[in-house]
Design a protein around this ligand. Structure first.
Ligand code: MN
Ligand code: MN
Length: 462
């Protein structure tokens, strides 16, 4: 069973190019989960969505056709379009995550060592640490003052901004380092970000650190104590770029999982008219570290917000909420490992995801005998095939690599616990979790078409 290359199904690439340009702009604005939520709220408002939190406060009832969003702690985002049918017939849900692997600044990070000022860090998610040294890095995040005022920080993205860097050892002296295992070539505690080198005049003790504090104070109204209540994320500096002579791919930071999050969001906000079933898009935080915390999918924010929604549609009961959730169907989208001819041995070619062959469905992910996977039902996969054909979507099916080579998890099993039909889907990526990842533009666009078709055609599974 071969799947054909999706590019061959297009006469012109105009729509793909337009969508890709908009996606690159999203990637450039959304390098952290917070920035992605800010973008999503603005996009939702532009498309007629109103704040569900406000409707809840005012106890304003909702009706078919209403479009609402919820900003959860500035790190996760949920939006709905109310359908004509009773919500207990379930929702068509698109889910993806908006956090990406990166390096976080520690709480007490600033120090000086041998005339250099550093920020100490703790990496976030599964990174190959050696990939993040000797390249331009930017600092994104927030500092929250004691009075609750939130100061956004973005340094290293504007033309003319300074950037930062983690140094690597010169090859001339790296004989011992080069003998080490990959995981140890650069160790976690060596990921120290150089932020300055100029001593402050007249200071005897830690003059470079003093200089940094002086700059932070003057430029960003930020004291050393403020690091305690800051969330600063170190990410690759610079914009996403078209890749290849034919511009058929995008090289960017954070495709995992923003290349699924963006088309999911767009499919919902672009939906015109009043749907039969209630439609939903959830963009969540913390997937890369196990969906933990109050903004991760393992928290109950999605269930709670949906409970509020049910309460504004009909007299609330616990049973009604359970029915809504268990009757729903969901595309849990997360990137797939794209087949890489350079590393062919880790893939099983019949069941691998290929760049250019469209959106990928993973019936299951997991590792060591499907452990930790969702394993969607055949009945649901049959419905998906039908929906994809209705939407003329190019799709493929895959597993994450050869059996027993490795594996990974997604948010699918967390939504499946409600009893809803969930399947993993996503866009194939090369160099996943590297500072710069690669996707195909046609897969991105097939993703968008897939999400649009799912919102339009998915229905209760008999
Ligand atoms: Mn990931
Ligand atoms: Mn992911």
């Amino acid at each position: 069973m071969e799947r054909k290359n999706a590019w061959t199904t297009y006469k012109t690439t105009e729509e793909i190019d337009q969508f890709s340009d908009a996606y690159r702009a999203f990637l450039d604005q959304g390098k952290t989960e917070r920035e992605c939520v800010t973008f999503s709220v603005a996009e939702a408002k532009k498309h007629g969505f109103t704040d569900l939190a406000k409707a809840i406060r005012e106890n304003r009832k909702l009706k078919a056709g209403d479009r609402v969003y919820y900003n959860w702690m500035n790190k996760s985002f949920v939006a709905y379009i109310i359908g004509k049918k009773p919500v207990e017939e379930g929702m068509n849900i698109l889910g993806a995550h908006i956090d990406s692997p990166r390096i976080d600044v520690k709480q007490n990070p600033l120090y000086e060592d041998t005339d250099l000022a550093y920020l100490d860090t703790h990496y976030y998610g599964g990174i190959k640490k050696y990939q993040w040294v000797a390249m331009p890095l930017a600092l994104h995040g927030v500092v929250v003052k004691k009075d609750g005022k939130v100061l956004p920080v973005v340094i290293g993205e504007e033309e003319g901004d300074p950037v930062f860097c983690i140094s690597d050892l010169l090859p001339h002296l790296a004989q011992e380092q080069m003998e080490k295992k990959g995981a140890k070539v650069v160790e976690g505690e060596s990921l120290n970000l150089i932020i300055g080198s100029q001593p402050m005049a007249g200071k005897k003790k830690e003059p470079v650190k003093e200089m940094m504090l002086d700059i932070l104070k003057k430029k960003y109204q930020f004291t050393e104590e403020d690091f305690l209540s800051a969330e600063l994320e170190i990410v690759p500096a610079g914009k996403a770029r078209d890749m290849g002579l034919d511009r058929s791919m995008i090289l960017g930071y954070g495709h995992d999982d923003r290349c699924c999050a963006y088309p999911s969001l767009r499919a919902l906000v672009d939906y015109e008219g009043t749907p039969d079933y209630t439609l939903c898009c959830v963009l969540t935080d913390k997937e890369e570290i196990g969906s933990v915390g109050a903004t991760g999918m393992a928290a109950r924010y999605f269930e709670n917000i949906t409970a509020e929604l049910v309460g504004l549609l009909q007299p609330y009961t616990d049973l009604a909420l359970r029915r809504v959730l268990s009757a729903s169907r969901m595309l849990s989208s997360d990137v797939s490992a794209g087949y890489d001819p350079n590393y062919a041995s880790v893939f099983e070619k019949k069941n691998a995801a290929y760049l250019g062959r469209g959106i990928t469905f993973n019936k299951y992910t997991g590792s060591r005998g499907k452990s930790g996977s969702n394993d969607a039902n055949a009945e649901f996969m049959a419905a998906i095939r039908d929906i994809m054909d209705k939407g003329k979507v190019s799709f493929q099916t895959a597993e994450l690599g050869r059996v027993d080579v490795g594996g990974g998890g997604t948010i699918a099993y967390l939504c499946a616990k409600y009893g809803m039909n969930v399947i993993d889907s996503g866009i194939p990526v090369l160099s996943m979790h590297a500072p710069w990842e690669v996707i195909s533009k046609v897969d991105l666009y097939e993703g968008y078409k897939c999400y649009c078709a799912f919102l339009k055609h998915a229905s209760a599974i008999k």
